[in-house]
Write a protein that binds this ligand. Structure first.
Ligand SMILES: Nc1ncnc2c1ncn2[C@@H]1O[C@H](COP(=O)(O)OP(=O)(O)OP(=O)(O)O)[C@@H](O)[C@H]1O
Ligand SMILES: [Mg+2]
Length: 460
């Protein structure tokens, strides 16, 4: 979220006294109140993407609060409008909420009440603006190539700067970070920003290739080099010539191969198994590890000389819990991506949801967060957008729902989102989903949904 020091709050009221007190209260709480005597003046002054909220009296000479609300909703549906109603005037309050008011204040109200509703409104506003901005950014980015590093914390800015710098020079790199912190992403980012981008990016998982084949995978072999070598094989290093080799999980490389790798790194050449010929290599090596190789070397689990050779440039990737401020942004980023991909709306997060995200420890780091955000978009409606429920399922690794169950939940989500979008208008929902009425009603029943519940949703 942007660190704008003073967030604006528009106060619209024909009563001088109320304008003055409200402005004082807001100023003392660190907001920047802007006061207007009439709805017309407020509308004239309302900029695009106004970052704050509007608090307006309902009863005013000229344009009244309801009309102001309608006009604002027309221009900017997610801008929270708080209406001030007369004491005990429940029917007006209800009407205001139905017309899309974010909340209402009943006269006379205490400063605390005003601050509370303004604070919540502004938080919501910031999230919607953030969502809009992300969506725009995402669209602009669709054309731009390469993976993107999301985050605004200093560690991430620093990492981005390092990636940029390293991509422009010829050096091997060691990436060090827990699972899901982005080692793969960073390796590809370095490659794609470098002059090698039009040559191969060859990823090798040193932990996944069986020990007896990894050698020929990496270095290749000549025909007849060993029993079963019926044909010549070009190794990955040779294949990657001109490009980048990504050695993932380098910590699990067998000791015998560590020696060979060291030689490749030092001599920049490779020999196929069973060949005498030496092939010159022009590659950048990026290695990734989840364990501290220094410790592994000290404990004799990793060759010390190889460790020193790799440690020339080390990029540590922070765990997500070490940069919690990025969590809401990342979550929304992944939610918007998932929503765009499946033609759904990205739901905004309320404060409770944000608090839930911030409190979690994220042992699976960004990957875990991305999975959660995707499930939230695809299945969230079926869980009433209860993040704590989705998250509990994730960490306790409750059994994944079966495929039919997931499909069912997804269908429920789609219908519920469409109902919300069309405010429960069955005709529009049927058209939007391409469903005959009868089928639609059957599905409502099956999912325990009611169009009625979406009729007066005030918060699009
Ligand atoms: N800073 C980031 N911004 C955006 N996406 C990120 C970021 N970091 C990680 N990701 C995403 O999180 C997921 C996991 O990242 P990645 O596969 O690079 O992690 P890793 O460190 O290689 O994990 P592992 O050790 O388990 O292989 C990917 O989808 C990646 O795109
Ligand atoms: Mg990885």
């Amino acid at each position: 979220m942007h660190e704008s020091p003073l967030l604006p709050v528009m106060i619209v009221d024909d009563e001088t006294h109320l304008r003055i007190t409200a402005a004082q209260t807001l100023t003392l709480a660190g907001y920047a109140p802007q006061v207007f005597e009439s709805a017309e003046q407020a509308l004239d002054a309302l900029p695009h993407h106004f970052p704050g909220v509007v608090v307006s009296d309902i009863r005013m000479p000229g344009m009244d609060g309801m009309a102001l609300l309608h006009e604002i909703k027309r221009r900017d549906p997610t801008l929270p409008v708080i209406l001030i109603t007369g004491h005990g005037d429940i029917s007006t309050a209800v009407e205001a909420m139905r017309a899309g008011a974010w909340d209402f204040l009943e006269k006379p109200f205490a400063g605390e009440q005003l601050l509370d509703v303004v604070r919540r409104g502004i938080e919501k506003r910031q999230l919607s603006l953030e969502n809009t901005r992300l969506k725009a950014e995402l669209e602009a980015q669709q054309a731009a190539l390469g993976p993107r590093l999301v985050g605004r914390t200093p560690v991430i800015s620093h990492l981005a700067a390092m990636i940029q710098r390293i991509s422009q020079v010829e050096t091997d790199v060691l990436l060090f970070g827990e699972t899901g912190t982005g080692k793969d992403l960073v390796a590809r980012a370095i490659h794609e920003r470098s002059a090698r981008r039009n040559h191969p990016f060859m990823a090798i998982n040193c932990g996944a290739v069986p020990e007896h084949t990894i050698e020929s995978e990496l270095f290749g072999h000549e025909r007849g080099a060993f029993t079963g070598a019926v044909e010549r094989r070009i190794g990955k290093f040779e294949h990657a010539n001109g490009g980048t080799v990504f050695l993932d999980e380098i910590e699990s490389m067998p000791p015998a191969l560590q020696v060979k790798l060291l030689r490749v790194l030092q001599e920049r050449s490779v020999e196929r198994l069973g060949a005498n010929e030496t092939i010159a290599l022009d590659i950048r090596v990026i290695a990734a590890t989840k364990v501290d190789l220094k410790v592994a070397a000290d404990e004799g689990r990793f060759r010390e000389d190889l460790y020193y050779r790799l440690d020339v440039v080390t990029l540590p990737l922070p765990a997500l819990r070490e940069r919690r401020e990025d969590i809401p942004l990342l979550f929304q980023h992944f939610a918007v991506v998932a929503a765009n991909r499946s033609g759904l709306e990205a739901p905004t997060l309320d404060n409770h949801a944000v608090a839930t995200l911030l409190a979690h420890d994220w042992p699976g780091n960004v990957r875990e967060l991305r999975n959660l955000a995707e499930r939230y978009v695809l299945l969230g409606a079926a869980f009433d957008y209860r993040l704590d429920v989705l998250l509990a399922g994730e960490t306790a690794s409750i059994e994944e729902p079966t495929l039919p169950r997931q499909v069912e939940l997804f269908e429920k989500s789609l219908i519920s989102q469409s109902l919300a979008r069309h405010q429960g208008r069955v005709i529009d929902v049927c058209r939007h989903l391409g469903l005959p009425r009868k089928t639609f009603y059957d599905k409502l029943k099956k999912h325990g949904l009611s169009a009625e519940d979406y009729r007066h949703s005030s918060d699009p």
